[in-house]
Write a protein that binds this ligand. Structure first.
Ligand SMILES: NC(=O)c1ccc[n+]([C@@H]2O[C@H](COP(=O)([O-])OP(=O)(O)OC[C@H]3O[C@@H](n4cnc5c(N)ncnc54)[C@H](OP(=O)(O)O)[C@@H]3O)[C@@H](O)[C@H]2O)c1
Length: 322
């Protein structure tokens, strides 16, 4: 087991290569990757076109095959799921090393494929709801989820419904996404093509909290649909002028789920939230968001998955299994 097959991004494309199996650092697990999912961040890094070869892939589910000297949470044979660290080689490989503090136990009731759909979006949704918005089981405010059919919106809607008393309004621009967002638990849906009038009809005094994965050109619309002292959590890469939010004292939060791993900050919080999410799954209170499965973690199947994600119409998540 000295060498493995991996898929690397190279100059904007994906290609298979042979690499040495990585050795675990003291806090690492060496995981045999059984399934991965593809997120928009994979496509953004690949499309960046760097000449340096990089193993992409963040979400993974697999089996621990070796552990570092200072690990304590997992042992050889354990089934795990995680979203990894953008600064290290990714999951599009036969084996991957990952710091055990950002790893959760795989939900026992899910296949590797169904589990691989969840970690990155669950971390993002969890940090949005609890770290940024400070939601509690008693929260009864109204949360508008802009981008609700996507991977993050799908988990955020489910967590808000199962862990709080929030009223959830999700955007959905097509009949199939209306159906999906409802199935994730949203109380109501609005068409994002007519966001302001649709939200004002449902929440005439303004929504309290707004999550957005599609912010571009929408700051004035967000200022219109939020109440004074409302909160926005944004996860996309748009950089609009935020001044229109001042007149209503609206707070803007950035959520970036790689912030903890990238800065070595409170890593254990992510392992803990993934374990909590696994408990919710096994209790039937959170479900996988897989909508499409592809065979093989190969350059060809990953290229197809990247193409689908880049089309912008993905509902839920696309997963690939070995
Ligand atoms: N900061 C972080 O930590 C973090 C984490 C995860 C993802 N992200 C980023 O968040 C974004 C979303 O990712 P995702 O995986 O959740 O979802 P996604 O795959 O981008 O979501 C696709 C869905 O969004 C809806 N949509 C498309 N354009 C829209 C628009 N202009 N307004 C509202 N909805 C629209 C579409 O459904 P309908 O048109 O049918 O409604 C589509 O099915 C990406 O840019 C990703 O890189 C950031």
């Amino acid at each position: 087991m000295n060498e493995m097959t991996a898929v690397v991004a190279r100059g904007g494309d994906l290609a298979e290569t042979r690499l040495p199996v990585p050795a675990p650092e003291p806090h690492d697990l060496l995981v045999r990757v059984e399934a991965v999912s593809v997120n928009p961040v994979d496509t953004k890094v690949r499309a960046g076109g760097s000449r340096d070869e990089k193993v992409l892939g963040f979400d993974a589910a697999g089996v621990v095959v070796a552990v570092g000297a200072e690990t304590s949470r997992f042992t050889v044979g354990d089934e795990v799921y995680y979203a990894g660290d953008i600064t290290r080689p990714g999951s599009n490989a036969q084996f991957q090393v990952v710091d055990e503090r950002i790893v959760g136990r795989k939900p026992a009731t899910l296949s590797f494929a169904d589990a691989a759909a969840l970690p990155l979006t669950t971390i993002t949704a969890w940090e949005t709801l609890f770290d940024h918005l400070g939601a509690t089981p008693d929260s009864e405010d109204t949360l508008l989820v802009v981008g609700a059919p996507g991977g993050v919106g799908s988990v955020l809607t489910q967590l808000a419904r199962t862990l709080t008393r929030l009223r959830v309004i999700g955007t959905a621009g097509r009949p199939e996404s209306v159906e999906w967002v409802r199935s994730m638990g949203a109380h109501e849906t609005v068409d994002h093509h007519e966001l302001v009038p649709a939200v004002k009809r449902l929440a005439p005094h303004g929504v309290d909290w707004l999550f957005t994965s599609y912010s571009g050109g929408r700051i004035e619309a967000f200022a219109e649909v939020l109440r004074p002292f409302g909160h926005i959590v944004a996860i996309d890469d748009e950089h609009d002028d935020l001044y229109p939010l001042k007149a209503k004292s609206i707070t803007w939060h950035w959520e970036f789920m790689f912030a903890r791993a990238g800065h070595g900050y409170d890593l254990a919080a992510q392992g803990a939230l993934l374990d909590r999410a696994a408990d919710l799954v096994d209790a039937g209170r959170l479900r996988s968001t897989v909508t499409r499965r592809l065979d093989g973690i190969t350059a060809a199947s990953l290229t197809e998955a990247h193409r689908l994600v880049e089309s912008g119409g993905t509902i839920g998540k696309i997963v690939l299994t070995r």
